[in-house]
Design a protein around this ligand. Structure first.
Ligand SMILES: Cc1cc2nc3c(=O)[nH]c(=O)nc-3n(C[C@H](O)[C@H](O)[C@H](O)COP(=O)(O)O)c2cc1C
Length: 271
């Protein structure tokens, strides 16, 4: 894969594709890659590559491709974070091959996709994505949707990341070697572009939190905002690895949160 940082900066959700099927070699590369992705929780996530025409899978927000990938995971604690991390690794790999995608957790015919994924009673398919080559111009529907949710903007660095405690905003200068990995978190995709991730950086660790958006209810298929934080962990981790910043994942609440809407997710220990 090219530099993760470049891939993350280039990625945008794609809902409008150019109508060409994926080449056999791209499909082969994607499915081979999908089989060996790991996540910090060690929770297995299985991907299936689906054909919307053959398998009758309606997804009206997407045009110009029949290729979809769904992921499934057993319903266990932390399944959402593990799912978010794993599927985002696949999304970034696809992007590095010039293949567009968009996380879809809501706007689909869920029963049809779940049937195509052959879920057992214990499994969940929180999200899926189309895959294909991006069209040169977005559909009007997609353009309007992006505008409505301000898909191109992100919160300020100092509103998302904190210096030692939640009361103190972190500057890029103070973040030092973590400035770029945190910037990669900032650019991550999230459900309805809510960007619910928060990070408190101390001398020894980067602690990740979920700031729940009011009225955003957790679905039986999984809490979309925990998936968002899983995606953020992926961006941080891949970027830290590439920059050879030693960062080890652990779930051990340091007890820093002050707001009842903010939930501890996990930490990268820095050594
Ligand atoms: C967990 C998750 C669920 C999403 N669900 C949908 C969806 O159901 N339909 C859709 O069109 N976009 C969906 N999105 C895409 C977001 O709207 C998109 O990532 C966000 O607006 C930021 O835009 P960008 O990805 O182009 O940076 C979802 C994203 C995430 C991370």
């Amino acid at each position: 894969m090219e530099h993760t940082e470049d891939v993350i900066r280039a990625r945008r959700s794609v809902r409008t594709f150019d109508g060409k099927p994926l080449s056999p070699s791209d499909l082969e590369s994607l499915s081979a890659f999908a089989e060996q992705i790991d996540n910090p929780y060690g929770i297995p996530v299985e991907f299936r590559f689906l054909d919307a025409t053959k398998q009758k899978l309606p997804c009206p927000i997407v045009t110009g491709t029949n290729h979809f990938v769904g992921g499934k995971v057993r319903k266990v604690p932390h399944m959402e974070e593990a799912f978010g991390y794993t599927m985002e690794t696949l999304v970034l790999y696809a992007q590095s091959l010039g293949i567009g995608s968009v996380w879809i957790g809501g706007t689909m015919d869920r029963p049809a996709f779940e049937q195509a994924m052959e879920l057992t009673g214990e499994e969940r398919m929180p999200c899926m994505s189309p895959l294909g080559y991006p069209a040169t111009k977005r559909s009007i529907k997609e353009t309007m949707m992006r505008k409505a949710i301000h898909a191109d903007s992100r919160e300020l660095f100092a509103s998302l990341f904190f210096d030692g405690s939640f009361g103190k905003p972190l500057t890029r200068e103070k973040a030092c070697q973590l400035a770029v990995p945190l910037e990669m978190v900032r650019l991550a995709p999230s459900a309805v572009n809510r960007q619910p991730w928060r990070v408190v950086v101390t001398e020894r660790a980067a602690h990740f939190y979920l700031k729940h958006t009011k009225g955003f209810v957790s679905q039986p298929v999984g809490d979309m905002q925990k998936i968002d934080v899983g995606i953020a962990l992926c961006h941080f981790d891949l970027c830290a690895q590439e920059r050879k910043i030693p960062a080890q994942f652990t779930v051990h609440n340091p007890g820093l949160q002050t707001d009842p809407d903010t939930e501890y997710i996990g930490s990268y220990l820095l050594s």
